[in-house]
Design a protein around this ligand. Structure first.
Ligand code: COA
Length: 216
């Protein structure tokens, strides 16, 4: 048993584009769907909130967004292929200014506020553990693994394992999975199939960061 939208329901969601084998929970909240692009083999679980925002959310192929995550796409959020976000994690591409110079929160008109913005990129094969927070203007490098309960406020180097608040690198991550990716991709060939049925304004998501550059 699952709570994923059927193909017909998915088609009515109004996403900018989506690929094959896309599983989005009916219990997820999807706002500004016209600014959200989803690749092939993507799963978005119950109680996630995705807000397309101005710049949008670009989700590549084989991406999992687990239970109760928040993704705020105001300044753009990119998930490259094979990346994952574990349960109860949040990615903010925009935040209120906490300095005390301005008022904050959505009840206040913009003229009294200052929004800090910056695109967030979750690199290919990166995995973010449970209960993590990512603040604006950060690139999580290819193959990074972020431990549970971590805070990410700066760019992270490729293939590092990071933990803490704010995160610090504790070791390098193994790269064996690259060979497995190759075997998987050759066997299933998913990424090469075109998107059909319900794709609107289709932009191929082969490399989401490339698409981002085109779209911005
Ligand atoms: C980060 C992580 C991958 C490291 O695992 P590991 O390589 O086996 O590392 P170790 O357990 O040997 O820990 C190495 C050090 O980092 C510390 N550490 C590990 N995870 C940590 C975390 N999340 N936060 C803070 N410190 C952490 C350990 O205490 C240890 O410190 P020490 O050397 O001072 O004793 C793992 O601990 C983790 O957090 N995984 C996330 C799992 C998750 O969120 N799953 C969600 C569903 S898929």
């Amino acid at each position: 048993m699952n709570s994923f939208y059927t193909k017909e329901e998915l088609n009515k969601l109004g996403l900018k584009s989506y690929g094959q084998n896309v599983k989005i929970s009916r219990k997820a909240s999807i706002y500004i769907p016209e600014n959200i692009s989803v690749g092939n083999n993507v799963q978005i679980d119950d109680f996630c909130m995705l807000i397309g925002g101005e710049k949008g959310i670009f989700i590549g192929n084989n991406v999992h967004i687990a239970f109760a995550c928040l993704i705020l796409g105001t300044a753009g959020v990119v998930f490259e292929d094979f990346s994952s976000l574990s349960s109860r994690s949040a990615i903010y591409s925009a935040t209120d200014d906490y300095s005390g110079r301005v008022l904050i929160n959505p009840t206040i008109p913009m003229e009294y506020k200052n929004i800090i913005k910056g695109r967030v990129i979750v690199g290919k094969h990166a995995v973010i553990g449970t209960n993590c927070t990512v603040l604006p203007d950060v690139k999580i490098g290819t193959g990074c693994a972020i431990g549970a309960n971590s805070l990410i406020i700066k760019d992270l180097e490729d293939w590092g394992i990071y933990v803490g608040s704010p995160v610090k690198k504790i070791k390098n991550r193994k790269r064996d999975l690259i060979e497995l990716e190759k075997r998987y991709t050759e066997k299933y060939n998913y990424g090469k199939k075109s998107r059909r049925g319900g794709c609107k304004n289709y932009i191929p998501i082969i490399c989401p960061s490339f698409v981002w550059k085109v779209a911005s």
